[in-house]
Design a protein around this ligand. Structure first.
Ligand SMILES: Nc1ncnc2c1ncn2[C@@H]1O[C@H](COP(=O)(O)OP(=O)(O)O)[C@@H](O)[C@H]1O
Ligand SMILES: [Mg+2]
Length: 268
């Protein structure tokens, strides 16, 4: 059995025995996505779920895992930018100051005004692309500068101890996916998500939910908000209310995305 096959079998056995399986993730490169697809395929097979829904479900889950990965990357990079600012302004006790800023949501949100969003976004995208290249063995295309950026980023992840926990649970009537990252979502990001989901919902009620993906509704200012909208659309297609079955919330310094699916919707 290959390494992937072993991992898949282990996950499925765990799910059968305990009804729940937990994965700790810090990246989701092509290799990990393939593994996840294999787990989903086995899951559908083992529990006799309608294969027509396999790809939709997989895409939605990949999307929320990516969001968590991006959020963690954004957080550590944001924090390092804030640190730089404090150093430049010659503050003392930078570590203590940072601790206070990042403990208080208000202060943390306030600091976002002093960091250029475009620069932050660019740094996040760059390191995530570099991670993908490195982990899939395409190191030939990486310059010494790239390698240095990657090393710095990995060091940040390590010192901040950010992780993602991905849980799959299966009961007689439900399938639940839970993605938790131990950094709290920024209030303004949360507002943006809510607003975008409500707009999408309004369009759905008017019988034109797919218009949300057209030029009139794309918000390109910071993030398109497409990922969550795509996941919501999957719920709409299944005749389910995404605002009820799919929640994103922040508490105790963590962000949680939980997707519930009634098993009845998957029966053959
Ligand atoms: N797990 C999460 N933790 C923190 N922030 C999140 C999380 N998921 C989503 N977000 C926020 O919600 C925004 C919208 O997500 P999404 O619709 O997937 O768009 P995109 O991924 O293109 O930015 C993200 O830009 C991010 O700010
Ligand atoms: Mg996304």
């Amino acid at each position: 059995m290959s390494n992937t096959e072993q991992k898949v079998e282990k996950a499925i056995r765990k799910l059968q025995r305990d009804r729940i399986v937990v994965f700790r993730i810090n990246a989701l490169t092509r290799i990990g996505r393939d593994e996840l697809m294999n787990i989903f395929a086995r899951l559908f097979d083992e529990f006799q779920l309608n294969p027509a829904l396999l790809f939709n479900l997989y895409s939605a889950v990949v999307e929320i895992i990516f969001n968590a990965i991006k959020a963690n990357a954004k957080h550590v990079i944001f924090k390092s930018e804030v640190r730089l600012k404090l150093i430049r302004q010659k503050f003392d006790d930078i570590d203590d100051l940072l601790e206070i800023i990042f403990r208080e949501e208000m202060l943390r949100d306030f600091m976002t005004r002093h960091i250029v969003p475009e620069k932050l976004k660019k740094r996040v995208n760059t390191v995530l692309q570099l991670t993908e290249k490195k982990r899939t063995g395409r190191t030939a295309g990486l310059s010494p500068r790239d390698m240095q950026l990657l090393a710095e980023f990995n060091q940040l992840l390590e010192s901040e101890e950010v992780f993602i926990h991905f849980t799959m649970a299966m009961t007689d009537d439900k399938i639940v996916f839970n993605v938790v990252n131990d950094i709290p979502i920024l209030a303004k990001d949360m507002d943006r998500i809510q607003q975008s989901r409500t707009t999408h919902r309004k369009l759905y009620d008017e019988g034109r939910s797919t218009d949300y993906f057209g030029p009139d509704y794309i918000d390109v200012t910071e993030s398109a908000g497409f990922g969550i909208a795509m996941a919501d659309e999957i719920y709409y297609e299944m005749g389910l209310d995404p605002l009820e079955h799919f929640t994103i919330s922040a508490s105790e310094g963590a962000t949680r995305a939980v997707m519930h699916f009634p098993r009845a919707k998957f029966s053959l």
